[in-house]
Design a protein. Structure first.
Length: 263
């Protein structure tokens, strides 16, 4: 009886360890930022960065001032182009996409969660080819032209894009991300509640493939993806890894910006 009891205990221990290992695998997801050398594995809900020294896990190197190796923006009157600086970097064909634009640039006013729309704070002087390319005093809304607004969510994108989705926003391999104003629920699933703020969501070819249920949006950026941009995108500190949309700033004008939809 003692021998059989010992065997039973060992078998139970093996089963517990197997269950824990399986649970750990289910709770992980692969982060693919779209940047060379930036692939990483992290637990669900971006918890991998919690409690770590952000400076230690960020990548070294200067903040890129320009987009290298990608097409320049299309220029025109801001009210037609959709971007306040008169250059459009996403959805570049004005005749195909007259009501939605990807506008590159920087902003230092925190967050993109607004009700109903984000306020402009620097008189629409932001943009990568603007008088304020580093976005000093600007919000994300300052990247959009008059009579345009930061696209509110996936439904706003679907209404504004003739294809109903992100198709054609950028060419393959263009490392740009253009966000919408809404966030997502604490588990990263897109939510109709505009106050939710986990991850950044939008279109482009930077960040991770979007979560199921977030169509027509195609890409998302979490805290680790922001770190991988060398400071061009900033999602706060390690305690902000579940509320990126509430704290995001963009110190650099490259690697995208916001999606703007016509009013």
């Amino acid at each position: 009886m003692v021998k059989n009891s010992g065997f039973g205990l060992r078998l139970a221990l093996v089963r517990v360890l197997a269950f824990l290992a399986a649970s750990a695998l289910v709770g992980c997801r692969v982060l693919t930022s779209g940047l060379p050398g930036s692939d990483a594995t992290a637990p669900d809900r971006d918890a991998a960065v919690a409690g770590k020294d952000v400076a230690a896990i960020g990548l070294d190197g200067p903040v890129p001032a320009v987009d290298a190796g990608v097409p320049e923006g299309i220029s025109g009157a801001p009210v037609l182009v959709g971007c306040s600086d008169g250059t459009r970097e996403g959805f570049r064909n004005l005749s195909v996409w007259p009501n939605i634009a990807g506008c590159s640039g920087a902003f230092d006013q925190m967050g993109v969660v607004g009700t109903p729309d984000l306020p402009a704070t620097c008189e629409l002087q932001a943009g990568n080819s603007s008088p304020i390319p580093v976005g000093a005093g600007c919000s994300a809304a300052d990247l959009c032209a008059p009579h345009w607004h930061v696209c509110r969510d996936g439904s706003d994108v679907a209404r504004s894009s003739p294809t109903g989705d992100c198709e054609g926003c950028v060419g393959a391999g263009e490392r740009r991300f253009f966000l919408v104003a809404s966030g997502a629920s604490p588990i990263g699933i897109c939510s109709p509640d505009s106050r939710e703020s986990n991850d950044l969501h939008g279109c482009g070819d930077l960040g991770e493939p979007e979560s199921d249920g977030c169509a027509p949006l195609a890409r998302r950026m979490g805290f680790a993806d922001c770190l991988a941009t060398n400071g061009v995108w900033s999602c706060g500190n390690d305690l902000d890894s579940l509320r990126e949309a509430a704290v995001v700033t963009k110190p650099g004008p490259s690697l995208g910006g916001v999606l703007c939809c016509r009013d």
